[in-house]
Ligand binder design. Structure first.
Ligand code: MN
Length: 430
């Protein structure tokens, strides 16, 4: 039995105050869905099994290019971060794993394993970092890492990724995510083809060090920190990488890493069709890589992404097993609250997508009935599935209202007293 951080009394008290109303709402929704031929308990069962990983860096306060305003009680190290992740897990019951970032989270693997298993947490994908310089690093990544013009710098970046795999093996992780900041700020600064060739050669060395039961995720990003070109700029390049490397290589889609208005759900469909969808970094954005909370700006887009995912899930698409992770930066909110609500938003999009009448949709598509086809999606999206999500949390030991329970528990004030403010703190945007 794993330990919990928020007292069971606090969780039970808040749940008790809400349980009767929730039951009524859940039953009413069940009756409505029943008329549509959908069993509410079946949807709830799927939601209960749905999991999304928490990025270790997400529990720290983020920042912008202009400033970072630290929050109270920020985690001082990975062990504090694991405790914050345990709170998110306890109250949402949707986040059983933590994704580590090396070297930010470097610590004795046995201690890490112990700290996580105390709260029933596991480890998701390992994330390497060759987009910033560590204090003890010999060669700088200012002008790139895996695609750097200098062979010694590339070697150092490859070795770092291989070290991340070794650490991950000790922790029980099964994937490595590689995102690089390599690119250029000015036309002519970099030879596109040569830089990509160097990158591919370096990635092949990393891929060769990957255990058989591991996956390698590469993450594309259109711009930033490089503002003119990036080496892995879009899903097309990402697909080429995954194809070049082999069967264990997959594309990771970070929702914020595309040009505005790009049809991300269609990219998702393409990657599924050609068996190269590795997983997601969920977040939301208005203008660029804003790293806002999932579903906060365009929840319909999140639903449309999940519509593709559920379509593949129900069709039993071969090898379909995408990894789900949040990747957000919290500048003005309590990171724990933002991450809890984002986990819920991702679950919400999943539940709504499960409600799509796929048989009817296919009929409308075949009949070229554009209006009814799109209304079929809207009918699912408009359904308020909150009672399903809340009931799933209640059933699995979580909180009906995670933020209310979290605030009632006074966790932030408690850790603010225990954790003196530190400089840095490792908040980041990846
Ligand atoms: Mn990301």
């Amino acid at each position: 039995m794993s330990e919990t951080i928020i007292s069971a009394d606090v969780v039970d008290k808040d749940n008790l105050a809400r349980a009767a109303e929730l039951k009524r709402d859940y039953d009413a929704l069940g009756e409505r869905l029943d008329r549509r031929g959908i069993a509410v308990d079946a949807i709830r069962g799927k939601v209960e099994k749905f999991a999304v990983a928490i990025p270790s860096w997400g529990v720290g306060t983020g920042g912008t290019r202009f400033a970072r305003f630290p929050g109270a009680g920020e985690p001082r190290d990975i062990f504090d971060k694991i405790e914050d992740c345990a709170v998110i897990r306890q109250l949402t019951q949707a986040t059983p794993t933590v994704s580590l970032h090396i070297p930010w989270d470097t610590a004795d693997p046995n201690r890490l394993k112990q700290a996580a298993s105390r709260f029933g947490l596991g480890f998701d994908a390992m994330n390497s970092n060759t987009f910033s310089d560590a204090s003890d690093q010999k060669l700088s990544y200012k002008f790139g890492s895996l695609s750097h013009a200098d062979a010694g710098t590339r070697r150092q970046a490859v070795e770092h990724n291989l070290e991340c795999i070794e650490i991950g093996k000790k922790l029980g992780s099964k994937a490595l995510t590689v995102w690089i900041g390599d690119g250029s700020n000015f036309p002519g600064q970099v030879n596109f083809a040569k830089a990509f060739e160097r990158y591919l050669d370096a990635m092949k060395e990393i891929y060769a060090g990957l255990p058989d039961d591991w996956k390698l995720f590469t993450e594309h990003k259109m711009y930033e920190p490089a503002f003119y070109s990036t080496v892995v700029q879009d899903w097309g390049t990402n697909y080429i990488i995954a194809k070049e490397l082999g069967d264990k290589a997959f594309c990771l889609v970070d929702l914020g890493h595309h040009a505005p208005n790009v049809n991300i759900e269609m990219i998702v469909s393409r990657l599924i069709q050609f068996k190269k969808l590795g997983g997601f970094h969920f977040n939301d954005s208005k203008y660029g890589d804003d790293d806002l909370d999932a579903g906060s700006i365009d929840p319909y887009r999140l639903f449309l992404v999940f519509n593709e995912l559920v379509d593949a899930e129900l069709a039993g698409a071969e090898g379909f097993d995408p990894a789900h992770m949040l990747d957000q930066s919290h500048n003005v909110t309590d990171p724990i609250e933002s991450l809890m609500l984002s986990a819920v938003e991702v679950q919400r999009a999943y539940a709504q997508a499960l409600l799509v009448d796929r048989q009817a949709l296919e009929g409308y598509q075949d009949a070229n009935d554009a209006l009814m086809a799109t209304q079929t999606l809207k009918a699912a999206y408009r359904t308020d599935v909150e009672p399903i999500l809340a009931m799933a949390r209640l059933n699995t030991g979580g909180a009906i209202d995670p933020v209310a329970t979290y605030r009632a528990a006074g966790y932030r004030a408690k850790v603010a007293a225990e954790r003196p403010a530190v400089a840095g703190g490792g908040g980041g945007i990846v």
